[in-house]
Design a protein around this ligand. Structure first.
Ligand code: NAI
Length: 319
């Protein structure tokens, strides 16, 4: 029996992993995130399973090696939080769930857009209080507008199809464009200048870090709505706030935030947060923040658990 330690484990995800465990593994789930302080908890395990806000930097990876751990399994698709080069050097395998329900994330991006544009979040609160006024609830038709999609992999392509279903035109940008001819690619500046809505679906890499900075925001149409369901650090949050304050950006739908690691997935309602920038962004009337929940559907959780278990099997069978 192989022993696997799950860092940053939440009650709502455990049943999916237990469902696919046929008895070959013993799982321990802990709430702590992986970092230099908690890495010692991995001693004695055969592998660890981590999520988006665990941090496997070079120092952590070296510690894992010293404990004889051979596997870091990410139960997510992005792997910007793992020093993969260091893991390779240390002979530690890094596995991830490269593909799971792209619909979960793409549909959440559209849900955020519809909510923000049609002010559903405000209407919901008003009508619960029997306030049936429509003041300040005007949105715009998506039909006939242009959606700019940055990153046209599995999720980006799915989002394009959803937008087309709404009668939107779509413009795309990707460093490796899809060759089927089905998507219309333009350079980034054209995408910024012509899009009414821009949605980010590329991974966080050194090239995409702050791809949305002050200069990008200035190139966007006035009133453009920006959606980020990928990784927080694609956007320079300070520049985002300034653009919102100036009235240039029409709104922001954010499922991720660059400093989310110690905040998201936790209930901070009793204490508030010390992050002044996040507090200011969240308080803007034209911003919706969700807590990195775009993947959270039954289908995605099932895929993630099934593929993670396949990854364990492959690793321990030395495939
Ligand atoms: P994918 O690998 O299928 O597609 C990523 C696309 O981005 C590829 O076409 C790639 O060529 C493109 N790309 C890479 N570098 C680029 C650059 N510099 N500029 C423009 N495009 C670039 O990945 P998938 O499955 O579509 O996921 C996209 C991202 O969504 C992930 O990297 C992850 O960060 C995020 N994600 C967020 C989730 C959430 O719950 N909020 C859940 C799952 C993924």
């Amino acid at each position: 029996m192989k022993n696997i330690l799950f860092y940053d484990a939440k009650d709502y995800e455990k049943p999916w992993f237990d469902k696919y465990n046929q008895g070959a593994y013993s799982f321990d789930y802990i709430e702590s995130k992986l970092d230099k302080r908690t890495v010692a908890l991995a001693k004695g395990y055969d592998g660890i399973c981590i999520f988006v806000n665990d941090e496997a930097n070079a120092a952590v990876v070296q510690k894992l090696k010293s404990y004889g751990i051979g596997l870091i399994a990410l139960r997510c698709s992005g792997y910007n939080n793992v020093d993969v080069a260091e893991a390779q050097k240390c002979g530690i395998a890094v596995e991830r769930v490269a593909a799971y329900s792209p619909h979960s994330v793409a549909e959440h991006a559209m849900a955020l857009l519809l909510t923000l544009n049609r002010k559903i979040h405000k209407a919901y609160i008003r009508t619960r209080d029997f306030n049936f006024s429509l003041n300040h609830l005007i949105g715009f038709d998506l039909h006939g507008k242009t959606a700019g999609v940055i990153g046209t992999g599995k999720i980006g392509k799915t989002f394009v199809k959803i937008c087309q279903g709404f009668g939107m035109d779509t413009l795309c940008y990707d460093i490796a464009p899809d060759e089927s001819g089905a998507l219309k690619y333009v350079d980034l500046d054209t995408l910024f200048a012509q899009s009414d809505v821009i949605s980010l679906h590329c991974p966080l890499t050194k090239d995409t870090y702050h791809v949305i900075d002050q200069s990008a925001l200035l190139k966007m149409k006035k009133g453009c709505i920006l959606i980020n369901t990928s990784r927080g650090a694609l956007i320079d949050s300070e520049a985002l706030l300034n653009s919102l304050l100036s009235g240039r950006l029409g709104g922001a739908c954010l499922d991720v935030y660059e400093e989310e690691a110690m905040l998201f997935y936790e209930d901070n309602s009793a204490t508030g947060v010390q992050d002044e920038l996040l507090s200011l962004i969240v308080s803007r009337p034209n911003v919706i923040v969700t807590s990195h929940q775009a993947y959270l559907t039954h289908e995605a959780l099932d895929d993630i658990a099934r593929i993670t278990l396949q990854n364990f099997d492959g690793f321990f069978a030395k495939k």
